[in-house]
Design a protein around this ligand. Structure first.
Ligand code: ADP
Ligand code: MG
Length: 369
């Protein structure tokens, strides 16, 4: 929880945990020994490439997929074998999946209707759910009369109307265009803060994960590769995979040539570079260093930094706010560097000579996997 706003339903917030959950399909482990603990009221994101097991985990939490092994608990209660309709979880998926023949309000009423609540009795709850997603004015419309973003808001209201113990969202924004997606990211976050309900969110979009989550779990081939707060994951990726999947990275592979208390030097194709490291490295050891493009200084002349190389712009892209340069260097291969366009020190032109530099703290040592 951040900000001063108090959640309106904090009493309904629950913790969820997975204990060595595995799901086999034949010999394929769609989910492979996943253990996770999601604190009450937090916003946790499962992030990973297509096929990494995100949906299977969410479906196991929802009760639509039976784990081959392992246990799922809501607070202290084991729910592994509780049927989906007895779990009281709200779900939103990528397709809006509204009932096309029902108005917005009837769509939202539906989960209450199946719980035996008349429309008259449900009207306050429906009204509140509509207001939560700012759809009050469009209650009588049919889904076909709504934009994609509005339909997804209705799907959210329908998942929230029965005050679920947990919200499960599987790529709910991925069918929307970029601008609308960004707007709804703000709204979803505000909604989460307001409700205080535990959210479990699935996406393959790294920016979405970084901007929305309290905690991110990175999945790879059904296993947890790394987890942590967005900033910690971005700044300290443990592996090549994470450094590459969460944001962009340049990779420098070299051999340790010397070391002192806080830094070591390593040599890449005869170029000596200096790197901070808290982990012990041995002389002669192979190391892989990940370097974020935005942490490279792009300059006309040699920057006053321990790591520097000259190069030529092999490609560049202009993004309004930033330039992205691909710089061909004599010994370190092609390096991607980004720089604010308003403060660009070099001539953004093909074959233009530029200097790149970075400090020993700018990069991180990662495992090569
Ligand atoms: P994600 O949501 O991360 O894209 P999924 O959880 O949908 O990944 O799938 C993980 C893996 O499990 C994939 O290799 C997928 O093909 C496989 N898989 C998912 N559901 C089934 C199923 N019902 N039968 C067989 N294989 C499945
Ligand atoms: Mg999926």
């Amino acid at each position: 929880m951040t900000g001063s706003e108090q959640p309106v339903r904090s009493g309904l917030s629950h913790a969820l945990s997975l204990h060595s959950v595995t799901k086999l399909y034949g010999s394929l482990a769609a989910v492979d020994d996943v253990s996770l603990s999601i604190p009450r009221g937090s916003f946790l994101t499962l992030l990973g490439p297509s096929g990494s097991g995100k949906t299977t985990i969410l479906m196991a939490i929802a009760g639509f997929v039976q784990p081959t092994r392992g246990e799922i608990r809501l607070d202290d209660r084991v729910i592994t074998n509780v049927p989906p309709d007895k779990r009281n979880f709200g779900m939103v998926f990528q397709g809006y999946a509204l009932f096309p023949h029902m108005t917005v309000e009837d769509n939202i009423w539906f989960p209450l209707k199946v719980r035996g609540i008349s429309k008259a009795r449900a009207s306050t709850a429906i009204g509140e759910a509509l207001e939560l997603v700012q759809m009050g004015a469009l209650a009588r419309r049919l889904p076909s009369q709504l934009s994609g973003g509005q339909q997804q808001r209705v799907a959210l209201a329908r998942a929230l109307v029965f005050e679920p113990d947990l919200m499960l969202l599987d790529e709910p924004l991925s069918a929307l265009d970029k601008k609308l997606r960004a707007d709804l990211q703000w709204e979803l976050k505000a909604l989460h803060r307001k409700l205080g309900t535990t959210f479990i969110y699935v996406t393959h979009d790294q920016e979405e994960a970084l901007s929305m989550s309290d905690e991110i779990v990175i999945l790879r081939d059904g296993r947890i590769e790394q987890q942590g707060e967005p900033g910690a994951l971005y700044e300290k990726p443990a592996t090549r995979f994470v450094a590459d999947f969460l944001g962009k990275s340049n990779f420098l592979a070299g051999k340790v040539a010397g070391r002192d208390a806080e830094t070591f030097t390593y040599s890449v194709e005869g170029t000596e570079l200096r790197q901070c490291s808290t982990a012990p490295v041995a002389l002669g050891e192979n190391v892989l260093v990940a370097l974020r493009p935005e942490k490279i200084v792009v300059a006309r002349s040699r920057p006053d930094l321990p790591n520097a190389t000259v190069g030529r712009i092999a490609e560049f892209n202009y993004y309004g706010a930033n330039y992205h340069f691909k710089v061909a260097t004599p010994h370190l291969g092609d390096l991607i560097a980004t720089t604010p366009a308003w403060n660009c020190d070099v001539e953004p032109a093909l074959d233009s000579e530029v200097w790149l530099g970075w400090s020993p703290e700018a990069a991180v040592v990662v495992e090569d996997r």
